[in-house]
Write a protein that binds this ligand. Structure first.
Ligand code: RIB
Length: 314
């Protein structure tokens, strides 16, 4: 099904401990709710979710981030090691705490997330240039770190001829997209597309208009809009494909987007075919929404291959 090439991807991005609250509904201002659904501390963070996905989906995953010198940091590091991730470029920050995400999950699987970034904002240029010594074939980033980290990572990779894949989450209206070098892939979800382009991607026409707007701000070989339950829209500026996703029961959407973009990156690097990569990523995302929690929901290569086979995806 997939080519057997093991692609080495360097993720320069965030790591969080997720404090997950299962709620029947979101409380009103000033209201106290008592919830029997329970809570859990689950490893997450957009960067870590993707770094784990690269490994579980059959890549070599190198992770560059910063953790705090605290119990959450120690717990996360040991999880990454047990996943087989290259953790040599994870720095323990002496001052800042490990990132924490407070996540409320409603019964329909929708979530609301507030992140306290802590050490994620302390990644330095030296951290990134050291990590680039691992000779990655692709650099993967998201916006859950400082603006400077994203711009520096993209610049250093571009100078070395390494393709840059940027997942545009979480969108910050003030992020200077114009300062990025040429990217391989720029991939926002629906909300992020609207924040960066001013256009809500509802149908092929609005998706195309949004991509044209985005392309005035950031140069990329491919724009891949993540449309949640509607799949994805891929455009190279000339041609486009709308790839529907698969009808799967939604338990929890946390990390599905992170898994999607990692699957897209890896399969594109393996095959060189972006439409194939989009279909593969839709399969990865579909499996991720069926499991509760961030890291636990990232599927393995074997599970994705089985899903592809059973559903005639590729
Ligand atoms: O994309 C999901 C992730 O967003 C969660 O794991 C949380 O940590 C936040 O970063």
């Amino acid at each position: 099904m997939n080519t057997n090439r093991r692609i080495r991807v360097l993720t320069v991005s965030s790591a969080n401990m997720d404090f997950v609250m299962n709620v029947s509904r979101i409380p009103e201002a000033g209201e106290t709710l008592s919830e029997p659904g329970g809570y859990a501390f689950i490893p997450g963070g957009k960067g870590a979710n993707s770094a784990v996905a690269f490994r579980r989906l059959g890549g070599d995953s190198v992770f560059c981030t910063r953790l705090g010198s605290d119990a959450n940091g120690a717990a996360l590091l040991s999880v990454y090691r047990s996943e087989g991730i290259d953790t040599r470029f994870i720095v323990t920050d002496p001052k800042e705490p490990t990132g924490l995400a407070a996540i409320m999950v409603e019964p329909n699987g929708q979530n609301r997330i507030t992140v306290f970034p802590g050490a994620n904002l302390a990644i330095t240029e030296k951290d990134i240039s050291s990590a680039l010594l691992c000779r990655p074939e692709a650099l993967f980033m998201q916006l859950e770190v400082s603006t400077e980290t994203v711009l520096t990572g993209a610049r250093l990779a571009a100078e070395r001829g390494i393709p840059v894949f940027l997942d545009a989450g979480p969108a910050r209206p003030d992020f200077p997209l114009e300062e990025l070098p040429q990217l391989e892939v720029f991939s926002p979800n629906e909300t992020e597309t609207e924040i960066f382009s001013g256009i809500r991607p509802k149908d092929p026409d609005s998706c195309l208009r949004a991509v044209l707007k985005l392309s005035e701000r950031v140069k990329a070989k491919y724009y891949v809009l993540k449309l949640g339950g509607r799949g994805c829209y891929i455009c190279d500026g000339k041609y486009y494909s709308c790839l529907p996703t698969y009808d799967m029961p939604v338990v929890d959407t946390t990390a599905a987007g992170d898994a999607f973009t990692a699957g897209l990156t890896l399969e594109y690097m393996r095959s060189g075919n972006m439409v194939r990569a989009g279909k593969y990523a839709n399969a990865v995302g579909s499996l991720a929404v069926g499991v509760k929690g961030a890291l636990p929901s990232i599927p393995t290569e074997a599970a994705v291959d089985r899903f592809i086979e059973e559903n005639g995806v590729l």
